[in-house]
Design a protein around this ligand. Structure first.
Ligand code: C2E
Ligand code: CA
Ligand code: CA
Length: 565
């Protein structure tokens, strides 16, 4: 289907065009003004333009200069009322491929003219090897895209792509193989982009990708990442594999520059930085390339990919009943096994995931992993313990939280009392009214709720009383100094008393010395977790740790049980 954009205000001209074209082969869209045409061209590809030129001279929306910019790089046919030789010559000088008289469109004249003008424009503006736009057309598209972005307040990205090792392939495998590589690379880059984005070949092994309507720099990096991955796959030529990889430099409008040539130059400079970094990677243009912001963008992209590839695992830390030394539950703590950087702890990526809006998919993954693990322990005939999962503030405020929680539990055929959710005091107290509603739903569904990091936020006692809660977890900053800081000792005692008063369990976190444990026990704190008992451990070590902990119970003089390190 050939897509035609008709610019003109005249209904009868539109009817004449439609009558002259086979509706099976041509789709005609009509706009009235050049401005509308520009907007539409920014969103959608058209194969050719038809401009009603009589309107152009009379109608208010048409300005020759504006038109010039429009049809210089589009196959364009000008329509006139009567044949005017000077006008016809002028139109071709402005870039139209042909001009026709409105009353003489039939007998295939219009369709042939359209096909010829597409062919001519193709030769002038496209690279014959790859079929991609050439430098001149790219420049025109970039200039247009900048104008559009400026008007709509959007960002755009220019990706300068240069191939590593192309010369080697060309020299060792021959020019024909080199051509195949270039064609394959062109189509692989194309596959990484939306239809409305442009990929051009500048010549040699240099390509440009122009990404418009960008929401964040992270999405430019995501695209660059995809291109690196796709283009670096081996290319099979006559039974031999040719491998090239891209070095990509990225410049952003309006952050880095506001003009087409400037953006091209900066992306080129960034591309050299990518080469210097060893190739097969991308770099944003920045005068100082390794700022924290860039590392975060990189980490954000990796995080997205990590969620997709499920690079996350849960570790489990036992919670111990101080009265009898029994392990009563486990807290699930997420770990990221980054393919290159190794183990990354949650404090380094949970806040970033929140900021990038990735906490929903990550949180869902965590819930699923926890429930699947409980099921695995069940199937192995191991004692089944309650597992506590941390929920971020963002997850807590998500409309369909309960749905997600219930789905994870049900998908493994578990009962909801096997799961506890931990919410920080501050996320619950942000908006207590709505928190009360959400907590009500969770507890009605049978899920236990614990308040995490208790003592660090500002809890309203009135609300605490109203919330359907099961446990308070004393923040580890108070537990840490409990033996030598009198005010921390007093805070811990107060929280324990408060929990008892409200009928809640109380769990001390971060217990890592015997002294802390003794203080807690002396003050009737019932549950504790911390390095003193065990670090968070991988799922397959959990039951060995529990056995060791429960086996080590040694009675003390007054008949109580004391745990030895
Ligand atoms: P948190 O919920 O307060 O978790 C307790 C943290 O204290 C864990 O760090 C744990 O390894 C550490 N810890 C345990 N015992 C001791 C001890 O005796 N001494 C000391 N110094 N530390 C101890 P981790 O695993 O690095 O987690 C840090 C924070 O990241 C968590 O704090 C939680 O806020 C967040 N987080 C962890 N996993 C998840 C998750 O799955 N989802 C969400 N939303 N947040 C998570
Ligand atoms: Ca926690
Ligand atoms: Ca905590």
């Amino acid at each position: 289907m050939t897509e035609i954009l008709f610019i003109g205000g005249d209904d009868s001209a539109e009817a004449a065009i439609k009558a002259a074209l086979d509706p099976e082969a041509f789709a005609v869209h009509r706009v009235q003004t050049v401005a509308e045409a520009n907007d539409l061209l920014a969103q959608q590809r058209f194969d050719a333009l038809i401009i009603d030129f009589d309107d152009a001279s009379s109608g208010p929306g048409f300005d020759l200069a504006q038109l010039l910019g429009l049809f210089l790089f589009m196959p364009t046919i000008a329509l006139m009322d009567q044949f005017a030789p000077e006008m016809a010559v002028q139109l071709v000088q402005f870039g139209a491929q042909d001009s026709l008289i409105k009353t003489e469109l039939g007998n295939d004249r219009l369709s042939v003219a359209i096909q010829c003008s597409i062919g001519r424009a193709q030769m002038a503006h496209f690279d014959s090897l790859t079929g991609l736009p050439n430098r001149a057309l790219l420049f025109d598209r970039l200039t247009h895209a900048i104008n559009q972005s400026r008007r709509h307040g959007n960002e755009l990205a220019v990706l300068f792509i240069d191939l590593d090792r192309f010369k080697f392939v060309n020299d060792t495998m021959g020019h024909e193989a080199g051509d195949t590589v270039l064609k394959t690379v062109a189509s692989r880059i194309r596959e990484c982009l939306r239809d409305s984005d442009t990929v051009a070949r500048l010549g040699g092994d240099e390509f440009i990708a122009l990404i418009t309507n960008l929401d964040t720099a992270v999405s430019a990096a995501t695209v660059a990442d995809k291109i690196v991955e796709k283009v670096s796959q081996p290319i099979m030529i006559g039974g031999h594999a040719a491998t090239v990889s891209p070095s990509i430099g990225i410049s952003l409008f309006p952050e880095d520059g506001e003009e087409a040539d400037e953006l091209m130059r900066l992306s080129d400079a960034a591309m050299y930085q990518a080469k210097n970094a060893g190739g097969e990677n991308y770099q944003f243009y920045r005068p100082d390339l390794n700022t924290a912001a860039l590392r975060r963008i990189g980490l954000g992209v990796a995080l997205q990919r990590g969620i997709h590839h499920e690079e996350f695992a849960l570790h489990y830390q036992p919670q111990v009943d101080l009265r009898d030394g029994k392990v009563v539950g486990l807290e699930a703590l997420v770990r990221w096994h980054h393919p290159e950087r190794g183990l990354i702890l949650p404090d380094q990526f949970i806040p970033l995931a929140e900021e990038l809006g990735l906490m929903t998919p990550l949180g869902d993954l965590i819930l699923e992993l926890a429930c699947a693990q409980i099921k695995t322990w069940q199937d192995q005939g191991l004692p089944v313990l309650r597992v506590a999962v941390n929920l971020s503030a963002h997850q807590f405020n998500q409309d369909d939280l309960l749905e997600h929680v219930e789905r994870s539990i049900k998908s493994q055929g578990l009962t909801s009392d096997i799961l506890e959710v931990e919410l920080t005091e501050s996320s619950v107290m942000q908006d207590p009214e709505s928190a009360a509603r959400i907590l009500g739903k969770l507890s009605a569904a049978g899920v236990r709720v614990a308040i995490d990091d208790f003592g660090t936020g500002y809890s309203s006692l009135a609300y605490l009383k109203r919330f359907p809660l099961d446990a308070l977890k004393i923040d580890r900053s108070f537990v840490r100094d409990v033996t030598h800081d009198a005010s921390d000792g007093a805070i811990v005692r107060t929280i324990i008393a408060l929990a008892q008063h409200l009928g809640l369990d109380v769990v001390a976190e971060g217990v890592d010395t015997l002294g802390q444990l003794e203080f807690l026990r002396a003050n009737q704190c019932q549950f504790a977790q911390g390095y003193y008992f065990s670090q968070p451990v991988a799922a397959d070590e959990v039951h060995a740790v529990i056995e060791k902990l429960e086996g080590e119970r040694v009675p003390t003089i007054n008949g109580e049980l004391l745990l030895e390190a």
